[in-house]
Write a protein that binds this ligand. Structure first.
Ligand SMILES: C[S@@+](CC[C@H](N)C(=O)[O-])C[C@H]1O[C@@H](n2cnc3c(N)ncnc32)[C@H](O)[C@@H]1O
Length: 266
């Protein structure tokens, strides 16, 4: 039987083109303030862990133009899309067990990935292992985030149709372990890192109904639960959700969330 981490990787692999087109462009700009606080000008080797389709790598390259910058991810499908569309190198690797020599990187980035690791502490200790002494790590996670607009409506309708639960295991959805600065500081301390700065930033995004529905069906929990229904039930459930979302006021289609940033050194 496949591990929860491998099932997550398979899920990301199969939705990689949707991720690249729909979700990646939404969340990548939210992570970019991290780069302002990283020592990018002096870095020679940078590792982006959980790089996905590699969006951050382009931005790292703009700010560290002479550095060797590598992106790794456990999902082969994501890496393939990254390698096809961007300058690499990219590799398939597990963040908890990096196939990398110790002490070689000046900087590691982990953007919206730590909560996916069954053992986030092990992922951070691996990052420390491959960092040179005095190297830096920059990460982002979700802080206060009620989820995309309409999530409650989706949940009610999916429950009404008897849809199965989200097939993603709890151990690869550990947002609650790191959704406040004090929790992130604790994780960093436990991994032997010294937090230099931890801060949060709130974002607002107004959705149009069409884009929201496409995204929720392609990349989110609603889509994964919807897939547990028969084709007929799927269509009927989606239609009920669409009608109910259409009745929402524009204000109710605004997503308000918080991103948590941290920079630490070892
Ligand atoms: C929400 S996406 C973020 C991707 C990218 N950092 C971005 O901001 O667009 C999470 C990524 O973490 C990867 N991931 C999850 N578990 C992983 C693991 N154990 N090792 C490496 N990558 C992992 C997923 O495959 C996925 O590409």
């Amino acid at each position: 039987m496949k591990s929860a981490a491998q099932r997550l990787a398979d899920d990301y692999s199969s939705s990689a083109p949707d991720y690249a087109g729909l979700w990646g462009p939404v969340i990548l700009p939210m992570a970019l303030p991290l780069l302002d606080r990283l020592p990018l000008e002096t870095c020679q080797r940078v590792l982006d862990i959980g790089t996905g389709v590699g969006g951050l790598v382009d931005h790292l390259r703009l700010r560290a133009s002479t550095a060797f910058i590598c992106g790794i991810d456990r999902a082969e499908g994501m890496v393939r899309v990254g390698a096809r569309t961007r300058r690499g190198p990219f590799a398939v690797m597990d963040a908890e067990c990096l196939a990398v020599r110790s002490g070689v990187f000046d900087l590691i980035t982990m953007v919206f990935v730590l909560f996916h690791l069954p053992q986030p502490g092990q992922g951070l200790r691996e990052a420390v292992r491959v960092l040179r002494p005095g190297g830096a790590i920059g990460l982002t996670t979700w802080g206060d985030d009620p989820g995309l607009p309409g999530l409650e409506i989706w949940t009610e309708e999916l429950d009404r149709f008897g849809a199965g639960p989200d097939p993603r295991d709890e151990c690869v959805r550990q947002h609650g372990l790191m959704d406040e600065p004090v929790k992130v500081r604790r994780l960093l301390d436990a991994a032997g890192l010294t937090a230099l700065t931890i801060w949060t930033r709130r974002y607002e995004r107004a959705w149009d109904l069409g884009s929201l529905l496409v995204l929720q069906k392609a990349c989110g929990t609603p889509g994964r639960r919807l897939a547990t229904l028969s084709p007929g039930e799927r269509a009927a459930c989606s239609e009920r959700v669409r009608v109910r979302l259409e009745a929402l006021r524009p204000e109710e289609l605004v997503w308000r969330c918080e991103v948590l940033f941290a920079v630490a050194t070892c």
